[in-house]
Structure formats: structure tokens, C-alpha cells
Design a binder for this molecule. Sequence first.
Ligand code: URA
Length: 273
Amino acid sequence: MMPTQDNSPRALLDFYLEAGVDALVGEDPIDHFAQADTPPVAVRPATPSPGALSPPVIRQSPALAPAAPQAPDEAALAARQAAAAATTLDALREAMEKFDGCALKATASRLVFADGNPTARVMLVGEAPGRDEDIEGTAFAGRAGRLLDLMLGSIGLDRTSAYLANVVPWRPPGNRAPTPQETAICLPFIKRQIELANPDILVCLGKPAMQALLGIQEPITKARGRWTTYDTGTREIAAITTFHPDFLLASRPQKRFAWRDLLSLKKALAGNG
Ligand code: URA
């Protein structure tokens, strides 16, 4: 017998969720800031094509809308000031919880500050949290994190001997890459986090972290595995880039290069890098 087709809206939503869709967007941009003082608005895409599924009605509650818009430059300045004023990692987390200058905060479930041991000698920084991290509130909580644990384990490290964070601490909707503006706004926070954690070695996981923190514009295939220095603001520390575990999950042949980088990290930690 043919299975009966469930055409209910619930079935469609289940399908979307299973396919990884977890944020609703309409076809027309909505200025949520402008709506802050108006009652909830129903928004429909202009002209549905014949036979198309009814477009979703997106309601924006004024209660959820951010209080005031902030230009990116102003937001980056506010982030710099808030980050500089924090003198401990706990204070920095608190300042980031209060910060409203990055629009990603409105769509993310929570701030993903870090995971692991903030007093560890090695700090690894990725790009931004994904779905699992957004749900759990800790960095590298999902599949990429499990591979990262295996990578760390292969050189005798784990989350008690490594500190993990991201350049952008709020999950971009649908796991898209953070925009350059979002990255620029969040950069003062991760820089201050590195300064306060004060590790001996910084590991950039993937090209976005390498570009944002080390300013290296070369392809990661060339720059990975090469030792350089990162100025924390209070001292220079050794820094290296390797492939992001998300990339390694999709490109297994590259694992051998990541393995070389890990051995190089192990050597450096032993004091003869
Ligand atoms: N990818 C990242 O860059 N960071 C995480 O925390 C998880 C996945």
C-alpha cells in the first residue's frame, strides 16, 4: 500500500526542521528596529506563484525587537569599550551577555562563551557556534567538537588541558558564515578573551579564525602548520593555524595535514617546537 501523504502544515514544518531549517525568513527584508514601537505585524511575500505553498506568516513581537539600532562602527566601538573594561573572564562573559550591538544575539538562543579550561596552556579558536553549541551553550559541543576531542586526544590533550572559544560567540542563523561586519563587531571580545586567558599557544581553527586573529590572507592550505606570533595585548604568544574539524569531516584526506600540525603543537608544548 502506498503511504498516505501528510500535507498538513505540521508535516511541512517537521520536514523543514529535519532538513536543518531553523530560522524563518520572508522574501522581503524586515526592519525590526523600525517596528520596535508598533504592534505585531503580519508579513507576507508579495505575489505567490500559482500552485506555490502558502508562504509562512512571520510575526515580529515588539517585545522581542532590540531597543535601538546601532551602526556597525558604533557597535564595534562599544564592544571595544565593554571588552577593555572587563578585567576577568567572568566579567567579560557578563559584558558580552549584556551587549546588544551584534544582531546575531537576537536570533541565537544564547551566548556561547567557551568550553574547556581557561587556565590551559593552549587555546583553540573557531569561527562561530553551530546548532549544537547554540542549544548547549558550550563551544564545540557537536560533531566537529567530537572530532576536535579526538584530535586533542591524539596528542594527549583534552578539555581539561585546552580552552576553546570562537571569534563570534552567537550562532548565525542556519549556520551561515558570520558577515565581515558581525566579525568586526565581535572581534574585541575574542581578543580580550585571549588576553585574559593568556595561553602560551593560540591555535586558529580554520581560515576565518586565522584571518580575523592573525590577519593572514593566504589560502589556509599554504598558511596552516606555520608558526607565527599573536600579540595578546600584554605579550606575544606562539600561534598556528590548522584545518577546522568541520572541514576535516567533509575532506578526510586533509586529516594527514592536520595530524602534522597537531604533532607540531605537541612539540611546541613540550618546549622544543
Ligand atoms: N564550529 C566552530 O567554529 N565553533 C564551534 O563551537 C562549533 C563548530
